[in-house]
Structure formats: C-alpha cells, structure tokens
Design a protein around this ligand. Structure first.
Ligand SMILES: [Zn+2]
Length: 153
C-alpha cells in the first residue's frame, strides 16, 4: 500500500492507492518532483519575504558545502529553508500512516545530512540559520522577521 503524493497548501499530502498501480521507479520520480517543487516554493516565498522587508546582501546558488538556499557572504551567514515534512520538523512532522519504515529512514537520513552540513559550515566560520516552512506562514512572519533581524545584525 502506498499513496499518491501531492503538494497542497504548502503541505505534502498522501492519498492511499493500490501499490500495484505505481511502480517503484515511478514512485521515486513523483517524489523527487514533488520535493523539488516544494523546495522551490518555500525558497521563493523566503526571497519574497526578504524583498518585502528590505533584507539585502543575500545570494542564491552560491557554491558552498551543503548547498545552502541563501548565503550572505559578507556576514558569513547561510540560511536553509526546509520543508517541515522532508526534514522532520519537530512541530509539524507527522508520520505517514503507511510505509512508515520507508518514511522514517528517509526523514532520518535527511536530518543526519542536515546535521553534518551544519557542523561542517560552522567549522568553516559560517553561522547557520535553519528556517522551517511553517515559519513562513503569515501568522508567524513577525516572529520570523525578528529572528532574521537578530541573525543578520
Ligand atoms: Zn514545521
């Protein structure tokens, strides 16, 4: 039993379907597409937020370990903006009801990788900021702005 995965309202949704209708390979393809679209949406939302609040000095696609989503080279600050589902947000992550083993290992691998990248960047003198997708929700934006202002002083 697996689900049809789709992105709705900034959240990953899984609709159960019979497993034989989606091949293993097709499933991976769908997931990659959903994940990269989700990442892109949250990145663009944060870029918009920066512009709205006159936060300048950031670059995207800056070549650095772990490929941070945003880099402030002069301040030596990097920002990762992470999907609550894929990176196991402590506040929002819900284990999917089916294929739990698969999802558990996927999310825990992502978290391990995140940790490793964070440590490496810190050792090289970067400050690392992680912004969760849920922090971009309208009701959380004033808190996010304060957080960014402090970090980017
Ligand atoms: Zn979250």
């Amino acid at each position: 039993m697996f689900g049809r995965i789709f992105w709705r309202d900034g959240r990953l949704s899984i609709m159960p379907i019979r497993s034989d209708t989606v091949s293993e390979q097709r499933r991976s393809e769908i997931m990659r597409a959903v994940k990269s679209q989700g990442n892109k949406d949250t990145e663009l939302a944060l870029a918009r937020f920066f512009r709205q609040h006159q936060i300048a000095g950031w670059r995207r696609a800056y070549s650095l370990c772990g490929k941070p989503d945003f880099v402030f080279p002069k301040l030596r600050v990097v920002i990762f903006v992470d999907g609550c589902f894929w990176h196991g947000c402590p506040r929002c992550y819900r284990r999917p009801a089916s294929n739990t083993k698969y999802w558990d290992s996927k999310v825990s691998k992502n978290r391990q990788r995140d940790r490793k990248v964070r440590v490496t960047l810190r050792r090289c003198g970067w400050r690392v900021l992680r912004i969760w997708e849920h922090e971009l929700a309208r009701k959380n934006q004033s808190r996010l702005l304060r957080r960014l202002q402090v970090a980017l002083l």
